[in-house]
Write a protein that binds this ligand. Structure first.
Ligand code: OAD
Length: 238
């Protein structure tokens, strides 16, 4: 309770706030996380499904997995944590939402600009002409899907071994360097470069507030750790 009070004060005083979210913020919406006992990486191997090499080897298999995940996400609705961040955005002059999530639930909740470090599961990219286009069809009628130019399309997400979208990490770092508070919600802080934003924020002098149901790789670095579900804690904090 004392921690929550302290975090509230820091947040109220801050004019600049940056937020990093991970799969945990969507867990209460019914979207599976990646790590942990119920995580996707328990039953599936990232190297078979989430790398450019896996896609080249078997595009249909990779698309089957993404089509299945799109089906799960299509049924999910934003929860109280996504909504609380929309509220926070309206109150702060400087506000940047950075997410590792590809599920689109921040957009659906009504957040403004979102730095989607790992792309968007509702977009596709053509391997032939390079077009990057939205597609919400679910399930997809034919796998793998194709672009209007006839080229094969891939999911509009970032896979292991691939760079983040052009300039986006710089933009995220800039936002973090301007923030007095960096809120880190529902991420295991295991995947870089996203997790690197936490030490970056510390170095830049921001107070780091972590919200997570469990301790993470970078909890020791946080100025305040609020342990619990994002959907319960965030509305109390904001
Ligand atoms: P993880 O699955 O690694 O971590 C989810 C975190 O959320 C864990 O630390 C959980 O303890 C926490 N959590 C679960 N339920 C929660 C709740 N209700 N409230 C608060 N926290 C909760 O997901 P990410 O850190 O997002 O990348 O994973 C990072 C990247 O690894 C993903 O973007 C994805 C994955 O492989 C790619 O596919 C490239």
């Amino acid at each position: 309770m004392a921690d929550l009070q302290q975090a509230k004060e820091w947040l109220q005083q801050a004019t600049g706030v940056a937020v990093l979210t991970g799969a945990g913020i969507s867990a209460e919406s019914g979207v599976p996380t990646f790590r942990g006992t119920d995580g996707l990486w328990k039953d599936y191997k990232p190297e078979d499904l989430a790398t450019p090499e896996a896609f080249l080897k078997d595009p249909r298999l990779v698309w089957e997995w993404y089509d299945w995940r799109r089906g799960l996400i299509a049924k999910a609705k934003p929860n109280a944590a996504h909504r609380a961040l929309v509220q926070l955005e309206t109150r702060k002059r400087g506000f940047t939402l950075i997410t590792q999530n590809v599920d689109g639930l921040h957009d659906q909740a009504g957040s403004g600009k979102i730095l989607k470090l790992h792309g968007d599961i509702w977009r596709m990219r053509c391997l032939e002409c390079g077009a990057n286009f939205p597609n919400r069809r679910c399930p997809l009628p034919k796998l793998p899907p194709h672009c209007a130019c006839g080229g094969m399309a891939r999911p509009g997400v970032v896979w292991f071994g691939e760079p983040l979208p052009d300039g986006m990490l710089k933009e995220a770092e800039h936002a973090v360097s301007q923030a007095q508070v960096f809120l880190v919600i529902g991420t295991s802080a295991a995947v870089y470069p996203a997790a690197g934003l936490i030490p970056y924020a510390k170095q830049a002098g921001a107070k780091v507030i972590e919200i997570n149901t469990e301790a993470t790789a970078l909890s020791a670095m946080a100025d305040c750790v609020l342990q619990g579900a994002a959907g319960e804690l965030l509305p109390q904090l904001i």
